[in-house]
Design a protein around this ligand. Structure first.
Ligand code: CP
Ligand code: NVA
Length: 302
């Protein structure tokens, strides 16, 4: 049976540990000449912009011996109204897997239901699980272990936050989320994560309280792709949620600073912090490559 990766829940804690460990081995150069995706073509459908996800998938597939097939939604019939189901059924006849970046999470689920090959979530409005996989590798590298780590997530309870909530629950990490009222992570994600977690997943209003005792301070943009019309209102709502020197002073002295990128310097994070010595944002970007290679190996060539 095909395995999809639509949210973190699609993998058990053991499977996530295996993928993070394998990602770390691949990063260290293990099996560089092994080509588990030889003869396989992987589709990459993007309905939103991307730098990291697109390039890390394209290069990762190539490094595993496969062929990436980039499909901008504007250039395929999907963009002219062909149904998501017909697109999925057609592409399943050519491709060994498809990664998709789209808007509504339901659209991804619809695609996955009609696809006979594995489907990977390359970001929806609700989830960004590939980001979370790469971030787990980064936290493990910097802190030595995931269990018991305390992450402070400051800002919008968006797709990146939702996947982080699920990752924390699966891997027994503690998560302090600071957000304004009405901008919490998805309630269903929170409910399941808390029900299954053996760690704390806490919502706070005060970013300083959230940053207290944190091993990592994580933030993301205040205005995600597709929310451009809410831009002014959101910037007002989040003005007290900037990751800056004063906030970082509340975290552990050795705390790292995380951001999935792209960042808006001067909004959710200051340029000094983003470019400073505690920032691991480009390690996070690099680790997308290694984590997704391990994920594709797991899904397609176990
Ligand atoms: N973090 C991330 O997914 O970046 P891109 O939007 O550039 O792919
Ligand atoms: N929350 C951001 C993440 C970008 C990688 C967005 O959805 O635009």
């Amino acid at each position: 049976m095909k395995r999809d990766f639509l949210t973190l829940w699609d993998l058990s804690a053991e499977e996530i540990s295996h993928i993070v460990k394998r990602a770390s081995e691949l990063k260290a150069g293990a099996d560089a000449s092994r080509c588990p995706l030889i003869g396989k073509s992987i589709g990459l459908i993007f309905e939103k912009a991307s730098t990291r996800t697109r390039v890390s998938f394209e290069t990762g597939i190539y490094q595993l011996g496969g062929q990436p097939v980039y499909l901008s939604a504007r250039e395929i019939q999907l963009g002219r109204g062909e149904t998501i189901e017909d697109t999925a059924k057609t592409l399943s006849r050519y491709l060994s897997a498809v990664a998709i970046r789209t808007f509504e999470h339901e659209r991804l689920e619809q695609f996955a239901r009609s696809s006979t090959v594995p489907v990977i979530n390359a970001l929806t409005d609700l989830h960004h699980p590939c980001q979370a996989l790469g971030d787990l590798l980064t936290v493990q590298e910097k802190r030595g272990s995931l269990k018991g780590a305390r992450i402070a997530y400051i800002g919008d309870g968006n797709n990146v936050a939702n996947s982080l909530v699920e990752a924390a629950s699966r891997m027994q990490m503690n998560l302090n989320i600071a957000c304004p009222e009405g901008y919490e992570p998805d309630p269903d994600v929170l409910e399941r994560a808390r029900a299954e977690a053996e760690s704390d997943i806490i919502i706070l209003r005060d970013p300083r309280e959230a940053a207290g005792r944190a091993d990592a301070v994580y933030t993301d943009v205040w205005v995600s792709m597709g929310q451009e019309e809410e831009s002014d209102a959101r910037k007002k709502k989040f003005e007290n949620y900037q990751v800056n020197d004063a906030l970082l002073a509340c975290a552990k002295p050795e705390a790292i600073v995380m951001h999935c990128l792209p960042a808006h310097r001067g909004e959710e994070i200051t340029g000094e912090i983003l470019d400073g010595p505690r920032s691991v944002v480009f390690d996070q970007a690099e680790n997308r490559l290694h984590a997704q290679k391990a994920l594709m190996e797991f899904l397609l060539a176990p």
